[in-house]
Design a binder for this molecule. Sequence first.
Ligand code: JD8
Length: 271
Amino acid sequence: MRIDVVSIFPEYLAPLELSLIGKARQDGLLDLTVHDLRSFTTDRHRTVDDTPYGGGAGMVMKAEPWAQALASVAAAQPADAGSKPVLIVPSPAGERFNQALAYELAEEDQLVFACGRYEGIDERVIEWAEEHFTVRPVSLGDYVLNGGEVAVLAMVEAIGRLLPGVVGNPESLVEESHSDGLLEYPVYTKPSVWRDREVPAILLSGNHGKIAQWRRHEQYRRTAERRPDLLETFDAGSLPRADRTALADLGYDVVDGRLKRRPDSGSAASA
Ligand code: JD8
């Protein structure tokens, strides 16, 4: 996969030279280039912003440098590529980024990330970009950041780790939080007793079937307690009886392959 990032703070993306993503780049699994938007300005002051039409506080990012930068990146798309590159525009007004979108984007040949700053990018850039890209405004979450770089760091890591060969043991991707629609189970390591706190005995039993069942039930408990919204879309179509019993203990019944919370079931934490 090829990833291009455009930002006025290219050094903000330096963490992508480290750890798993950095190694993937060194190993040729990920071709990632960061571009300085100011390289695409033509005035002496390398101007990228101006005052907003209609008034209001702050500045807006000028359209022309963005068009020059994005056209330059789009041109780098290999000629044989079947589809337009995807342009991801981090924005508090975007669709929510989640694991499903990470998996979807990990299938693309090329991703381009446009890191806005100030009050945002002139909207005409987004309209113009539709001719050259599949444009996806994407939000990291329902809170306000000062620009798109933090979101790009998170998205590139979430997407990059899904690429073949990046994570040592692909099996570890299967059991992760959100990959199966649930939060992940708690993990423990040596010593088995730490400050008078013991590791759950089942994990020391060597009974792998029971351990897998305990971990799954812990996923249900944690998800019911911390992210009940995820249980609304969880596919409960083919659960073993023990799982249905564990969910019933948490106040959830399986109805037509979906989980339905019993009105009288109080909070999951008290289950
Ligand atoms: C891009 C400029 C700052 C946003 C005036 C504060 C993503 N989940 C998210 N929250 N915030 C962003 C985000 C914020 C950005 C830009 C992404 C470009 N800002 C602006 C509008 C209000 N300032 C984001 N992904």
